[in-house]
Design a protein around this ligand. Structure first.
Ligand SMILES: *[C@@H]1O[C@H](CO)[C@@H](O)[C@H](O)[C@H]1NC(C)=O
Ligand SMILES: *[C@@H]1O[C@H](CO)[C@@H](O)[C@H](O)[C@H]1NC(C)=O
Ligand SMILES: *[C@@H]1O[C@H](CO)[C@@H](O)[C@H](O)[C@H]1NC(C)=O
Ligand SMILES: *[C@@H]1O[C@H](CO)[C@@H](O)[C@H](O)[C@H]1NC(C)=O
Length: 262
């Protein structure tokens, strides 16, 4: 069975959703799709969108036959999920369109991931079906360090999900925190996270755990312009810090195993 195939939604709740969508208000989350592997309708400002985060070891695990020129394996298809390694894990989160959001795992899950993925580990973000939109894989753990921050843009055209694109960082901010630069990401050294003795005073718990910052671009189904991507790419690090402080921290519950039984 493919991932998330179990349908938790009863007929009753489907009926309720139909009634709700008939008297749609523009200010609420009217997206009834909570499974990241189900076809998405056209979305609007303030709708939530459920995204899956899939994690495996090396980036090559995401490609069929390790061929990075062939298509990415979709965590939503039973055929391709079966080719992903046993250690693959997923988690789901639901940012709200045009609110800067974040993905962050609870501490215990993250510590366990670090323990299980002793070498490099990578992730993709995905949503929808036919096709499932999948981001490029990005490293979030290295054998000698951890990526504390990735920024993802969710791009819509007339409310239709089109791309999940990483904001490429230029490592400009790494050196102030004594971080490494790997594949365009600032990486906190593992030694700075593992032992209190070697902790550099500029390294905080935040720098030792992954946060994916979510922004939006394009236009929604009512042709309203989504601008958080633009905002975040045009502000300096100082304003970034104030945005993070203002973020309501919604820590994801944890990780599930990819269902590979199909
Ligand atoms: C992977 O590649 C093989 C051989 O090219 C092909 O038969 C198989 O269908 C592919 N699997 C997926 C999930 O694309
Ligand atoms: C996270 O877990 C690790 C290992 O158990 C612990 O050392 C660390 O203090 C925890 N961090 C937080 C913020 O709870
Ligand atoms: C880590 O590996 C153990 C043993 O294989 C497994 O039971 C556990 O679910 C894994 N945890 C994570 C977060 O991957
Ligand atoms: C801690 O970070 C500061 C700021 O970049 C740096 O000057 C210092 O050398 C670092 N200390 C250690 C022990 O790495």
């Amino acid at each position: 069975m493919p991932l998330f195939s179990s349908c938790k939604m009863s007929m009753v709740s489907i009926l309720i959703l139909l009634v709700l969508s008939a008297k749609r208000s523009r200010g609420a989350d009217d997206n009834g799709v909570y499974n990241p592997c189900v076809t998405l309708g056209r979305l609007k400002m303030k709708d939530g969108i459920s995204l899956g985060v899939g994690m495996v070891n090396g980036i090559s695990s995401w490609y069929n036959n390790s061929d990075v020129n062939s298509n990415l394996l979709s965590p939503c298809s039973s055929q391709s999920a079966a080719q992903l390694p046993l250690a693959a894990r997923t988690s789901v989160f639901r940012p709200v369109i045009e609110q800067i959001g974040q993905f962050e795992l609870d501490n215990a899950s993250y510590v366990e991931l670090r323990r299980n993925f002793t070498g490099d580990a990578s992730l993709v973000v995905f949503a929808g079906r036919n096709p499932t939109v999948i981001s490029k894989p990005r490293f979030f753990l290295y054998a000698d360090g951890r990526v504390p921050e990735l920024t993802l843009d969710i791009h819509f055209e007339e409310g239709k999900l089109i791309h999940l694109i990483w904001k490429e960082d230029d490592c400009a901010a790494c050196y102030a925190k004594n971080q490494l630069c790997r594949d365009g990401s600032c990486v906190t050294r593992e030694t700075d996270c593992q032992s209190a003795d070697t902790t550099n005073s500029t390294i905080t718990d935040y720098n030792c755990r992954l946060m994916i910052i979510i922004t939006f671009s394009g236009v929604d189904r009512y042709s309203q312009l989504l601008t958080t991507w633009y905002q975040i790419t045009h502000i300096n690090r100082y304003s970034m810090a104030s945005i993070f402080n203002a973020l309501e921290r919604q820590i994801q519950e944890g990780l599930e195993r990819l269902d590979r039984s199909g």
